[in-house]
Design a protein around this ligand. Structure first.
Ligand code: ATP
Ligand code: MG
Length: 342
């Protein structure tokens, strides 16, 4: 992947500095009820999409969330930003637990956290010009006094995200996929948020455009100091952009820590399997075919006993079939939930 090396070096240099925590997620749960019955619907079970997830995001830093499809990454993001109400847990955003706040109480926090989805077309109103779409939040939240002032702010922002001031009068269908994602980013940052959740923001783009968007994200973060949660299947992108990483499996984080450490010294058989399936051109990364995972992710409605990964794990012990492994601290910057290290 082509990336801006200057930005990489600057980012690496600043990773040692301790930063303020923007978001602290503790034991977050989101269960969706499964209903059955024709006239009278009864709850017959729960999809445990997120089941006890904890991590933190520091100011100006990126937390990467990886895992196979259906493991609960999007549900984690949507619960944090309160697009859906968490079933349980704490979402401490800028020092306040927003997990249980009602809509009115949430209002001051809404502008400070934003989400960007994979498909920018579905998040942009096709009937509004870019100027209309971007001026809405500025005017609604009284960040500008007039339409003319809004237009000035928007034109500056369009340049900042790599577009042209005259794009203000165009409509979403008049842009390419990469340009639309730049507009979605502009809309996400227009109110200067503290936290941006990026849910597969580059998955629908081709590789060279992906690299441009990643570099744009890094330079915006450098300039504005936002914390990011970066959700992706693409391990090479997550490795590149993240300071810390959480590996999710069936609603839980099974390995967590500093990005370089997780990628150069993966411990959980699941993390090793994900890496084995996604070759990264880096000789430092240890991987072998023996780590390849077989089989499918079990249903989150009916999860295996013990460690959820044990039916697919080549290294399982007897205890793995009956007890869920605790999160074990391997170093100050690395945790793993696996009996191999207990
Ligand atoms: N509104 C809902 N009602 C019921 N089940 C849901 C709902 N939303 C998500 N789920 C289920 O929760 C689980 C986690 O879904 P989620 O979209 O969070 O996964 P994901 O990790 O983002 O997957 P992908 O990588 O494919 O985007 C899945 O089994 C999904 O079917
Ligand atoms: Mg998803």
């Amino acid at each position: 992947m082509q990336v801006n090396q200057k930005i990489v070096k600057e980012k690496v240099k600043t990773t040692k500095v301790e930063k303020a925590v923007v978001l602290n997620v503790k034991d977050l749960k989101k269960y969706f009820p499964v209903k059955s019955g024709f006239l009278i619907q009864k709850t017959i079970g729960y999809v445990k999409a997120v089941d006890g997830v904890s991590f933190e995001v520091k100011k100006g830093k990126t937390f990467g969330l990886v895992g196979e499809s259906g493991c609960g990454k999007t549900t984690t993001g949507r619960s944090i930003i309160r697009l859906i109400k968490p079933t349980a847990g704490v979402v401490e955003f800028l020092g306040t637990n927003i997990a249980d706040l009602n809509e009115k109480e949430l209002k001051p926090y809404r502008t400070k956290m934003q989400i960007v989805f994979q498909d920018p077309m579905s998040s942009l109103n096709p009937r509004l010009s870019i100027g209309e779409a971007l001026s809405e939040p500025l005017l609604y939240h009284k960040r500008v006094k007039s339409k003319a002032e809004a237009n000035m702010v928007i034109k500056d922002l369009l340049v900042k995200v790599g577009l042209k001031p005259y794009h203000i009068d165009r409509y979403p269908h008049q842009f390419s996929g990469g340009q639309r994602q730049r507009i979605a980013l502009a809309r996400a940052i227009i109110l200067k948020p503290e936290l941006v959740i990026l849910d597969e923001p580059t998955s629908s783009l081709d590789v060279s455009i992906q690299a441009q968007i990643i570099n744009l994200l890094l330079s915006l973060q450098e300039e504005m100091g936002m914390g990011y949660i970066f959700i992706s299947h693409d391990l090479s992108v997550v490795r590149f952009i993240s300071d810390e990483v959480g590996v999710m499996y069936l609603g839980r984080i099974v390995e967590y820590g500093q990005s370089d450490e997780i990628f150069t010294n993966p411990l959980h058989p699941y993390t090793k399997g994900l890496l084995a399936a996604a070759p990264i051109p880096d000789p430092k990364v240890k991987r072998s075919k023996k780590d390849m995972i077989t089989g499918k992710v079990p249903s989150p409605i009916n999860r295996p006993n013990g460690c959820f990964f044990h039916p697919r794990c080549k290294y399982k012990k007897a205890v793995c079939e009956s007890e869920y492994p605790p999160l074990i601290k391997v170093s100050d910057t690395h945790w793993v939930s696996c009996y191999l290290y207990a």
